[in-house]
Every structure is written in C-alpha cells, then in structure tokens.
Design a protein around this ligand. Structure first.
Ligand code: CA
Length: 291
C-alpha cells in the first residue's frame, strides 16, 4: 500500500515517483481528505487553514513502459472510507458564496454505507474527486484539465474504468480527494470530504490517447472535458464523443452527429472548480474498441 504521507499538490512531469508499477498491477493508495486533514471539528475555522495543504493527491506512481500518446486505464476496484467526513461553506466560493460572512463546517459520521445530514439519512456514493497524470504544463491539484485532476465526477467510482491520456514517460499518476457523497454540480464547492483507501488496477493501451479523459462503466461510455466556461466544456465533451463514436462505427461526420443527437446525453460533473467539467454519456454497446 502507498501510504498517505506520500502526497503532492501539483500534477507535474517533475514530480519524483514514490512507487514504480508494472502494466497490470493492482495497487492500494491511502488518501487524506481535500483539506489535508486540517479540519477536525465543527468549531474549526477555515481562516486558520493552510491553503497550500489543500487537495493533496497520493503518489505519483511511475508506470513502467508508458510513453506519451498511450492511454492509462484505471480500474476502480474498491473504495474504503474513513469513519468521519466534513463539508464546508466558504465565503465567496461556489454558487452561494456571497451569502456567507463566515465559514461553517459540518462533520459526518460514516456508518454502514449511510450518514446523516441533520436528521436526514443519506445513502453514500463513494467517489474520487482528484485523479490524474502529469500534464503538459504543471497544474495545481485543485484544477481539472486534459490530464484529469480535480474533475469531481461522481461517476468515478467502484466498478468504473477511467482512461487518462499519458503525456510523459512513466505517466506519474496520483489520486486523492475522496467524497462519501457529492451531487452533480457540487454547487456549494464541497461534497462530504473524506480520507480512505482506494484499490486500482493500472494498465496501458499503447498509442490510443486522444488527449482527454474517458470513462466506462457497466453500460455507458463517457467523454470528460474541462474548460473555463460551461459552453466550451460542452463543446469539448461533444467533439471528443464525436471522435470516438465516428471511429467506432466508421460513420461520416454527419451520421455521427445525427446519432449523437439521438442517444448521447450531456451531464454536469462540477461548476465550482477553476475550470468546469462536463461529461457526455452514450451507450457502451457502440464502442467495440473498448469492450
Ligand atoms: Ca474536489
């Protein structure tokens, strides 16, 4: 297991790997929460927070034989959550940030796949917020991009496989920022932020990168795209889907676009990080090359 002391705050080609993995290896990583474990109680104040220690990711992992242009497949095999999670309302942050004069924090006890928000019982949906590879240019972990990063995509969960483009020899992969529960949009900037352990399998698809992340679960194929505006992210996710669907079916541009307009659905991952993230979802059955 890669312990939670092995963390970094910026995805970079210059990071020193903490572990070397072979193609096909199964690895467990221990993670700390998005606040770096600095918040312990509802009485804590965010203005005491060391913001340099937020969004830690565990790693990076060097994957043997990986080259730029490959696609790294990350099978999410297990997510084990710690027993306590936290949320925060942060003045100035998210859709409601102007309503708050000071921060507030809520703590959650995690038990048997559910938790309580006041007296409301909520079933958990554990997911990974930050997961990515070394990008072309150094990117703080709080920002999503072509390399993955802080996508806050709730479909990155047990049973799904994330495909990340490789930009550098050895990949330099890392993950962190688990959420016990988060809704699409993440409108108040945090989900239930929590530490834990994640078990993944890393494998390489040589030369298959098209420059942005993909996700596959039991029934669906998703493109994922992060950009400055929702409009640009929507266009990006759609163009990525067009590329993969056209390749899968060997259709014309027009036929590909028409079919997408019938069966591909746009969904919002998050609208609160330095870039917003959109995913486009289509039935997996069309994507023979990924089955
Ligand atoms: Ca996040």
């Amino acid at each position: 297991m890669i312990k939670k002391e092995n963390i970094f705050y910026t995805f970079s080609k210059n990071n020193k790997p903490v572990y070397r993995a072979y193609d096909g290896e199964i690895i467990t990583l221990e993670t700390v929460d998005a606040f770096g474990g600095q918040i312990k109680s509802e009485e804590d104040k965010l203005d005491q927070l060391d913001w340099k220690r937020v969004n830690p990711a565990t790693g990076p992992i060097y994957v043997e034989n990986a080259q730029a242009g490959d696609l790294l497949k990350v099978d999410i095999m297990a997510i084990e959550l710690d027993s306590h999670g936290i949320m925060a309302s942060i003045p100035g942050a998210g859709i409601f940030g102007k309503m708050y004069e000071s921060s507030s924090i809520k703590c959650f006890s995690i038990e048997n796949n559910h938790t309580y928000f006041n007296d409301i019982m909520l079933p958990l949906e554990p997911m990974i917020g930050v997961i990515g590879v070394a990008p072309e240019t150094d990117t703080p972990n709080g920002e999503p991009g072509p390399h993955g990063g802080n996508m806050d995509n709730k479909m990155i969960r047990v049973g799904s496989s994330l495909y990340l483009p490789v930009f550098t020899e050895g990949v330099l992969f890392g993950l962190g920022d688990l959420h016990a529960l988060m809704s699409d949009g993440e409108v108040n900037v945090t989900g239930i932020e929590i530490g834990g352990k994640v078990t993944i399998k890393l494998s390489l698809l040589k030369g298959l990168s098209h420059g942005h992340p993909l996700l596959i679960d039991q029934d669906h194929f998703y493109t994922i795209y992060s950009d400055k505006t929702l409009e640009d992210a929507v266009k990006g996710a759609s163009l990525e889907m067009h590329h993969w669907l056209k390749d899968a079916l060997n259709y014309t541009d027009s036929d590909t676009s028409m079919l997408m307009s019938l069966m591909a659905n746009l969904e919002i991952c998050q609208v609160v990080d330095p870039k917003v993230t959109i995913r486009m979802k289509a039935p997996l059955t069309y994507f023979r090359q990924f089955k």
